[in-house]
Design a protein around this ligand. Structure first.
Ligand code: IMO
Ligand code: MG
Length: 404
């Protein structure tokens, strides 16, 4: 009986989906509390691959109640599609197992249109995330409770006209002829989702108070946080632990605050990345780690592990356990580097002897090559937090549990 939160410690794509999937097997409630379909959480289960963008990863395991919290922004059309794909694969997505908070905001086709035009230089996922959060903060957003009571209708005109004005004056673009029809489809889809709409905070509160197993699933990563990340090259939500409070509406004492750390670093889109490798080693990491975006298919930028960045993530989120992922992708390097410090913004590296033995699928710590153990021990010692899980491959069974 515990309340657990899982947060990406880097720039997203740390392998949170797999860690959440493992933890979700025992969970009674799983909640996503921020972000939207910019996330791409890959879960491989019984030889089937699921890529979840909006629905919490607990849906795959079967028994949990899965909540999209009020801090999320929801694209009704994409969500409906995601539900359909899951159902076709035999996953139960009914109103007992899946709920959307009534105060979650909608992502409309207008938001996606704006995202493409105004945020291209940031390298966003073009899923309309930024513009949807903009509307929320400007107090012009449309929420699911407004769909439920039909009050959204009086907001649609200004939603459209504001965007038109902005786009015509800033980008000289015309209003797409198909947009009105797209908007109708979006609101129709939102209405079809009404059976899932609920006041979710009391459900969560009840679960916490009655000692149930509750799991908070973070999306994106700490360095993409709107306040604490590499601004302006960030996403538009609080990806860090504070977002769990505002995005769920429930105060909880997290027993486990798990930081998911990829064994090296990646980022998608623009923005600073001090340990980025623009050479053969970077390509090798991309190749070995299959580092292509699960939401956009873009090649991810790859680089060495960055300890100062992880220390910042620990300061913000108060991690008390770490899950180290994709360690098996580091086999085959003669030497590996880890940034341990910065000197005038330039990373200072420590070098490690690499290993060539394949370690994919290993579940016994004793079978890990010595050089790899040295690498992992170093991270653990530098960060001073136990690495309790080490993922050695994409499948659920490819995991080493330690210190527990
Ligand atoms: P998961 O949950 C990696 C990045 C985008 C872009 C920036 C802003 O799969 O780890 P946005 O569309 O959010 O306005 O884009 O944030 N980004 C992610 N990168 N994984 C994600 O999610 C991401 N979600 C957003 O590439 O640089
Ligand atoms: Mg991703």
């Amino acid at each position: 009986m515990s309340v657990t939160i899982v947060i990406g410690a880097q720039w997203g794509d740390e392998g949170k989906g797999k860690i959440v999937d493992i933890l979700a097997e025992k969970a009674d409630v799983v909640i996503r509390y921020q972000g939207g379909a910019n996330a791409g959480h890959t879960v491989i289960h019984d030889h089937e691959t699921y890529i979840l963008h909006a629905i919490p990863s607990g849906i795959i395991s079967g028994n949990a109640v899965n909540i999209i919290g009020g801090g999320c922004v929801v694209d009704p059309l994409l969500l409906k599609e995601e539900i359909k794909i899951l159902q076709e694969k035999g996953i139960t997505v009914d109103s007992a197992h899946f709920k959307i908070a009534d105060n979650a905001h909608l992502v409309t086709p207008i938001h996606k249109w704006l995202d493409k035009l105004q945020n291209a230089h940031l390298g966003t996922t073009q899923r309309g995330i930024g513009p949807a959060y903009e509307d929320k903060v400007r107090r012009t957003g449309i929420r699911f409770d407004m769909i439920a009571n039909d009050s959204y209708k009086r907001m649609v005109d200004s939603h459209v006209n504001e965007a038109k004005k902005r786009v015509i004056s800033l980008y000289g673009q015309n209003y797409p002829s198909e947009m009105d029809e797209e908007l109708c489809r979006c609101f129709d889809a939102a209405k079809e989702l009404l059976p899932y709409i609920a006041e979710s905070a009391p459900i969560l509160e009840e679960a916490v108070n009655s000692g149930k197993e509750v799991l908070f699933e973070g999306a994106q990563g700490t360095m993409l946080d709107i306040d604490h990340g590499t601004y302006p090259y960030v996403t538009s939500s609080n990806t860090t632990i504070g977002g769990a409070y505002t995005g769920s509406g429930v105060f909880v004492n997290f027993d486990r605050r798990i930081g998911v750390v990829k064994s090296y670093t990646t980022r998608v889109g623009e923005g600073p990345f001090p340990t980025e490798l623009l050479d053969k080693n970077g390509e090798k990491l991309r190749d070995k780690g299959r580092e292509f975006g699960s939401t956009t298919g873009r090649p991810r930028r790859c680089g060495w592990l960055d300890i100062p960045l992880l220390k910042k993530a620990i300061r913000i989120n108060g991690f008390n356990a770490l899950a180290l992922t994709k360690i098996s992708c580091l086999s085959g390097f003669d030497t590996l580097k880890v940034a341990v410090n910065y000197n005038n913004n330039v990373p200072v590296y420590k070098e490690f002897k690499g290993w060539h033995e394949p370690i994919e699928g290993i579940t016994d710590w004793k079978l890990i090559p010595e050089a790899c153990k040295t690498y992992i021990h170093f991270i653990e010692k530098e960060l001073n937090i136990p690495i309790n899980m080490i993922s050695t491959g994409p499948h659920r069974a490819n995991i080493i549990f330690r210190n527990s």
